[in-house]
Design a protein around this ligand. Structure first.
Ligand code: URA
Length: 208
């Protein structure tokens, strides 16, 4: 597995805004969307480009283009939704898929309760999940996605824990993992510290 921390001043500045507990839901959604957009050049850096014929208003020529239709963004509900908007801004013709996973209250094991995916065969699949905590959710998501035989599996996170990375590394050695930060670790309630708190709640249910 390839792990890459996206060490860029503007990206880290935006993460600091995301960490700030005084950042309200509306601004938080914008920061998460923007940080995802800012990460995309790094994630797509080695994606093959082909030459396409395009007419500019002045003449016709051959220019470089990414094969947008080969990219599938898979959003882990619900916090991944805010990242999807940013990812689609960079590659608007990419396809999107959705997975929802939660923890069974009795067994404490994650289980999949919603899945809506386009064909993944031969595609480059980019999983969007802002918080990589224990790694249980991502590991199950990747297991599900691998059944569809994508050509490449990539994940993008805003904050990851060392425990989560280790778990996913163990389960899915072929993953290419990008994260803005690897934080100190998990607390006793499974939150990443210093982290950002509960990302889904902060994005979507603030004030409830
Ligand atoms: N999910 C979150 O939203 N935050 C964490 O710290 C861990 C998991």
């Amino acid at each position: 597995m390839k792990v890459r921390v996206l060490d860029d001043p503007l990206i880290r500045h935006t993460l600091t805004k995301i960490r700030d507990k005084n950042t309200k839901a509306d601004r938080l959604r914008e920061y998460v969307e923007n940080i995802t957009l800012m990460c995309m050049p790094y994630v797509l850096k080695d994606f093959p480009v082909r030459r396409v014929r395009v007419e500019t208003p002045l003449e016709e020529g051959e220019f470089e283009a990414i094969e947008e239709e080969r990219i599938v963004f898979v959003c882990l509900l619900r916090a991944g939704l805010a990242m999807l908007r940013g990812a689609l801004k960079s590659v608007p013709m990419a396809h999107s898929g959705f997975l929802a996973i939660r923890r069974d209250e009795e067994t404490l094991r994650p289980f999949l309760y919603y899945k809506r995916l386009p064909s993944l065969r031969g595609k480059w699949v980019l999983v969007l999940d802002p918080m990589l905590a224990t790694g249980g959710t991502l590991s199950l998501a990747l297991e599900e996605l691998k059944r569809e035989e994508p050509e490449r599996l990539i994940s993008l996170h805003i904050v990851a824990s060392p425990e989560g990375i280790e778990r996913v590394l163990r389960d899915h050695g072929e993953l290419e993992l990008y994260t803005v930060s690897i934080d100190r670790g998990l607390n006793e309630r499974g939150y990443i510290v210093p982290g950002v708190g509960d990302m889904g709640d902060r994005l979507f249910t603030e004030g409830l």
